[in-house]
Design a binder for this molecule. Structure first.
Ligand SMILES: [Zn+2]
Length: 286
């Protein structure tokens, strides 16, 4: 009898300890990471925490622009990008393609644990020079939304040859319109041209159907979303801050923008872990 009481006591202590570990985990995990080490083997928080039941898990879609050492908020330094990709790899995230995301949202496909869609807007040359080798180093893949009239014509932007090479190695190239004009300022004819011509051009260059687009500057409305659908796209991405779930509008998918800040990597961790909380309180960031 005495022994079983002692056993019960031990079990209680174990439960309390476990609860303390679970409750304190985000703080402890983040501080360890801020100390410069991301080699912590303890199970820190992952995208699985974002499971919201009926609507399925929230899927993380990251949004980058440039990966370079320029002093711009749109430019994440290659060293920071490397740190972030290593963080994803070491914390069990699996990079997915937009096709995999689409199939999962439609209920026709399965996603790996902790899925993350890594996207880049505009099609900068540094995506090929700096981001792509780092993604390959960690066995990750990304999606580049290109401004089709800039490719091969403007300095600082990708060439179609580079796009084709990246696609051969698991990357996806999709549309960011022809000219990168803010879509809410355009007429219907201009909108259709931006959507249809960029799709056609990218399809001719890449040799396959282009099914996805991202709104330049994130500006969209339901009318524009309808034109995106009519142009033959299957899904479109905004810069509406949040995670994607089955309740998301397939033509207005949420993303989590990653910027160069005074503390880029700390902000990266906070953004990828706290997306669901931001959303549940109705806070959005652009
Ligand atoms: Zn853009």
């Amino acid at each position: 009898m005495k022994r079983s009481w002692r056993l019960l006591g031990l079990v209680l202590v174990a439960v309390v300890c476990l609860a303390a570990v679970v409750l304190l985990r985000p703080t402890v995990g983040h501080e360890a990471e801020m100390a410069g080490s991301i080699d912590d083997t303890q199970a820190t928080s992952t995208a699985q925490e974002t499971d919201t039941g009926e609507d399925g898990p929230q899927i993380l879609v990251l949004n980058y622009h440039k990966v370079s050492d320029e002093f711009l908020s749109l430019a994440v330094a290659p060293a920071d990008f490397d740190w972030q990709m290593r963080y994803l790899k070491e914390h069990g995230y699996h990079a997915i393609t937009p096709d995999e995301l689409y199939d999962a949202l439609e209920g026709t496909g399965q996603l790996p644990d902790n899925p993350v869609l890594i996207t880049f807007d505009d099609g900068y040359q540094d995506n090929y020079d700096n981001a792509y080798p780092i993604l390959r180093k960690y066995g990750l893949k990304g999606t580049v939304f290109v401004v089709t009239s800039f490719l091969g014509t403007r300095k600082g932007y990708l060439t179609w040859d580079e796009c084709r090479e990246m696609e051969k190695n698991g990357m996806t190239v999709a549309s960011h319109t022809v000219d990168h004009k803010s879509m809410t300022d355009l007429t219907n004819d201009q909108l259709r041209a931006e959507l249809v011509e960029s799709k056609k051009k990218a399809e001719a260059e890449l040799g396959h159907e282009v099914k996805y687009m991202a709104y330049p500057t994130g500006a969209y409305n339901l009318h524009i979303a309808q034109l995106v659908r009519e142009a033959g796209y299957k899904a479109a991405f905004t810069i509406k801050y949040g995670g994607v779930s089955r309740k998301s509008n397939i033509y207005a998918l949420e993303r989590v923008p990653i910027f160069h800040t005074e503390k880029t990597n700390r902000d990266f961790i906070e953004r990828i872990h706290y997306t669901p909380q931001f959303e549940s309180f109705g806070w959005t960031k652009h």
